[in-house]
Design a binder for this molecule. Structure first.
Ligand code: RBF
Length: 357
């Protein structure tokens, strides 16, 4: 006969075995091309770590909004938003201090430099969970990252810029030149976004050149304006700003000169109607919402990294906006619709070269 004690011990061992088995399956199961990860952790106290400031930076503002929405739907869950500011040299110390309080189960953050920083800080705090959007780092326990397919986003922006610079819109000149004004160089910019943009341009005309200038921060609108003016003086008639708040200066320079802008990340048409011809967006609020919700209900696969693009609905082109319909002629719009459809259907496949960064 098995005694009550033995039975209890046996049941406990069986339960442990079941948990171990479930964990093994969770960590081995390939999920639609995602790297393996470990589910089952259920954080409740969330902090949003903004590496910069929320205002004027759609990519951070929408992240915070998405996390806030998710937390509001889960009884008992809490959220605090922490702005780390623009001094990147201070981010590690600020993240460490935040984690060291032990007050947060989960840190949610965003930008391609953050996964490494989370791994560094996480090494000293192995129980800490991190969700880093707009970044990619597989195989780190406690860290889940999701990268956008910005080859696709860049390609679409480049295709529209290419159609405009080679076309006959009022503000387009004869030079086959477009501009970029970026906050800083970083691997995703140099290996994904710029090559994607160039590939889109060259699909229209291989002779189009890109004049790329660097602000050196993510907020200086007067520097953004000065750089855009220089590019326009050098022959650029369409500019893609990827420089946070400094983009306001780029829009101003383009509007004053009768040139154009194509835009990344968010719906910015209202900032400069007629000047901003196309917005190529990331569904960052939705991604922050769905992944935070998954984290809170215990289904996020920690230790795994994903890439999401047009097919998954996280990279998009706002081609139904009235500003787009009125500023871009039908002939150009139908060519854009063809390219968008090929990306969405998988006829045109543009990958992210993750092995290069
Ligand atoms: N994008 C912003 O809009 N605002 C920022 O303050 C900002 N800071 C960044 C800091 C670093 C270190 C890196 C690598 C990227 C930053 N980005 C910022 C760019 C952002 O992650 C993304 O690549 C672009 O918004 C294009 O989608």
């Amino acid at each position: 006969m098995i005694s009550g004690k033995t039975r209890a011990a046996f049941a406990a061992a069986l339960a442990l075995f079941a948990v171990a088995l479930a964990a093994t399956f969770a960590s081995c199961a390939p999920k639609g091309g995602k790297a393996a990860g470990q589910t089952g952790r259920k954080p409740a106290r969330v902090v949003v770590f903004i590496p910069g400031v929320r205002a004027g930076n759609a990519i951070y503002d929408t992240m915070a909004t998405g996390v806030e929405r998710a937390v509001a739907e889960v009884p008992g869950a809490t959220v605090k938003v922490f702005e780390a500011g623009f001094n990147q040299a201070e981010w590690e110390e600020k993240l460490t201090s935040l984690v060291a309080t032990g007050e947060y189960d989960l840190v949610v953050t965003s930008n391609p430099s953050m996964p490494e920083l989370c791994a560094k800080v996480g090494a000293s705090y192995p129980k800490q969970l991190f969700l880093a959007l707009d970044g990619y780092l597989p195989g780190k326990a406690g860290i889940h990252t999701v990268l956008y397919n910005q080859t696709e986003q860049g390609y679409l922006a480049g295709y529209l810029a290419g159609l405009v610079t080679t076309g006959s819109l009022k503000g387009s000149n004869k030079a086959l030149k477009v501009g970029m004004v970026v906050g800083q160089h970083y691997p995703v910019m140099d290996k994904v976004i710029v090559p994607g943009f160039e590939a889109g341009l060259r699909a229209v005309d291989p002779g189009i050149a890109v004049d790329l200038r660097v602000v050196g921060d993510w907020f200086d609108a007067s520097k953004g304006e000065a750089l855009a003016k220089d590019e326009i003086a050098a022959g650029a008639d369409v500019i893609l700003p990827i420089c946070g708040g400094a983009a306001q200066g780029v829009y101003k320079a383009a509007r004053d000169a009768g040139a154009y802008a194509v835009v990344f990340d968010d719906n910015q048409y209202a900032q400069a109607p007629g000047t901003i011809l196309g917005c190529f967006v990331l569904r960052q609020e939705e991604l922050a919402y769905t992944r935070t919700k998954a984290a809170l209900d215990g289904s996020l696969a920690w230790g795994s990294a994903e890439i999401v693009g047009m097919k998954e609905g996280y990279v998009g082109f706002l081609d139904a906006a009235p500003e787009y319909l009125s500023a871009v002629p039908e002939g150009l719009r139908s060519r854009m619709a063809e390219v968008s459809a090929s990306l969405r259907s998988g006829k045109l496949v543009l990958e992210v070269p993750v092995s290069e960064f």
